[in-house]
Design a protein around this ligand. Structure first.
Ligand SMILES: Nc1ncnc2c1ncn2[C@@H]1O[C@H](COP(=O)(O)OP(=O)(O)OP(=O)(O)O)[C@@H](O)[C@H]1O
Ligand SMILES: [Mg+2]
Length: 458
């Protein structure tokens, strides 16, 4: 849509990077100019109006910070995206505070980068349209209940602050347990609607027919069992916010009804003949990548664009491991364990940082809680972590330390780890495990006993 007419200026001193970006964006249909240094960029910005300026941060003489400052002064409507190496991520966030619209990290994936551009354009357009709407009320600008000191989270906080003051539809995407609901609540709590309700609905957990009457309500006698009139959640959420969780699971039929309410604010109770209208802000969340669902024709494209007015993507925990120690502290406090002086050892922190956390922050929280229960009143030791966390790292199997030990001990350690991993892989199916290991079941049981492994786990 908007992208085809967009003028982009690339400011990058590195030749190969500049040419690469320029080719990529040109092939995507953008109109591209480039500068090899900041001073030239300033001249170009003075002469021509750009929709987006993409600038490297670290450049000799006139750097990305100066380019940003200059662009925002001369042409406030231009979006600025900064390119940053991992080490300068923190600085990128500072730049976002100064007015940059987004950033991407080097090295980057082509699709990711194109997405960042698209998103920056969309957010920018939205914030421009809703200018003057901001500052209606002063709400605290921090998010103490959301832990994250890494750049990725800091950037998300900036976005949350901006969007909280508005009525924009927000689409939060992230794997399971990354904090989507937490973020949704934080936005609502800091919005002008905070004195009204936030109504959460899990669209994945409720069958289609039931979901329809939950969301939109029904008239008395609309269907068998509809003994009384029922108000839908959209009515109940009037003047507040509705949180549509797992929106990716919503059926096509309901997607149409949702699209209508988003476009017009109007809907109809089941069995009713007239429209009702509501004033509800929608925050949607999904752990699927909605764009791929659209490509597979499983999700309506028009609805996707309606929802994706202001996208927020939560990173998986494995990409923000620097936050693990803080999160652990936080969960100890949350579950009142610090009061009991429960602490975690360095070994535990090390094990936690090696694990890949498929269940993300929720899984981490569960692990800490469980370990605290298993070691009442004591510090949490590695032994109290679940097997998969304890042995996520193969160095116990093949690491250098193995060779400093007596053979008997190394062999025993190997056997124990081998068995645990095997059991995890076979979901604690002893028959399967013995088959893979090529030993009898009796032998497996013997080893389990010898190493004190709890095989009734699942
Ligand atoms: N950054 C964070 N700081 C502190 N706690 C967090 C953070 N992110 C998530 N949590 C906690 O982790 C748990 C899971 O978060 P939440 O329910 O928001 O995840 P979700 O993305 O909605 O997961 P799902 O997709 O499974 O519904 C909650 O207890 C939440 O408070
Ligand atoms: Mg959730």
């Amino acid at each position: 849509m908007m992208k085809k007419q967009s003028n982009i200026l690339i400011v990058e001193d590195d030749v190969s990077m500049r040419e690469f970006l320029s080719d990529l964006l040109t092939s995507e249909g953008y109109k591209v100019d480039w500068s090899i240094h900041g001073a030239d960029a300033k001249k170009k910005v003075e002469r021509k109006s750009y929709d987006i300026v993409i600038t490297d941060v670290v450049m000799p003489e006139v750097d990305g910070v100066e380019v940003l400052r200059y662009v925002k002064e001369k042409s406030p409507d231009t979006s600025v995206i900064v390119i940053t190496g991992y080490s300068t991520l923190k600085q990128a966030v500072e730049l976002v505070k100064m007015g940059a619209d987004d950033y991407f990290n080097k090295p980057f994936d082509n699709d990711d980068m194109l997405l960042v551009i698209e998103k920056a354009l969309r957010r920018r357009k939205f914030l421009k349209d809703s200018e003057g709407f901001e500052e209606i009320l002063e709400k605290p600008d921090t998010f103490p209940e959301i832990i994250g000191k890494g750049g990725a989270l800091q950037f998300i906080f900036e976005m949350m602050k901006k969007v909280a003051k508005t009525d924009a539809t927000v689409l939060i995407q992230g794997e399971s347990g990354t904090g989507k609901e937490l973020v949704a609540r934080a936005i609502h709590d800091r919005s002008p609607r905070s004195s009204h309700a936030l109504i959460p609905v899990n669209c994945g957990a409720i069958p289609e027919t039931l979901l329809e009457s939950e969301l939109f309500g029904h008239e008395k006698g609309a269907f068998t069992g509809a003994i009384v009139r029922k108000h839908g959640l959209f009515e109940i959420a009037n003047d507040g916010t509705i949180f549509l969780d797992e929106i990716g699971e919503m059926s096509f039929f309901l997607q149409v009804k949702l699209l209508r309410i988003l476009e017009t604010g109007a809907f109809r109770r089941i069995g009713d003949t007239k429209d009702l209208s509501v004033n509800v802000r929608v925050i949607a969340a999904t752990n699927r990548v909605l764009k791929s669902a659209v490509k597979k024709k499983e999700f309506r494209e028009d609805l996707y664009y309606r929802l994706n007015v202001f996208p927020i993507d939560l990173p998986p925990l494995r990409e923000r491991k620097e936050d693990i120690p803080l999160l652990v502290e936080w969960f100890l406090k949350k579950h009142k364990l610090t009061e009991k002086n429960v602490r975690v050892s360095d070994d535990v922190l090390e094990a936690l940082s090696k694990y890949s956390w498929p269940g993300n922050i929720r899984e981490l929280e569960n692990v800490i809680e469980r370990a605290a229960i298993l070691s009442p009143g004591k510090d949490i030791e590695v032994d109290y972590l679940p097997v998969e966390v304890r042995y996520s790292d193969d160095s116990t199997l093949y690491g250098g330390e193995t060779y400093d030990k007596p053979f008997k001990q190394a062999k025993a350690e190997f056997e124990k780890t081998y068995l645990k991993k095997l059991l995890e892989k076979t979901s604690y199916d002893i028959a399967k495990a013995s088959k893979i290991a090529g030993v009898t079941r009796a032998y497996v049981y013997e080893m389990l006993k010898k190493y004190n492994i709890d095989y009734k786990k699942k």
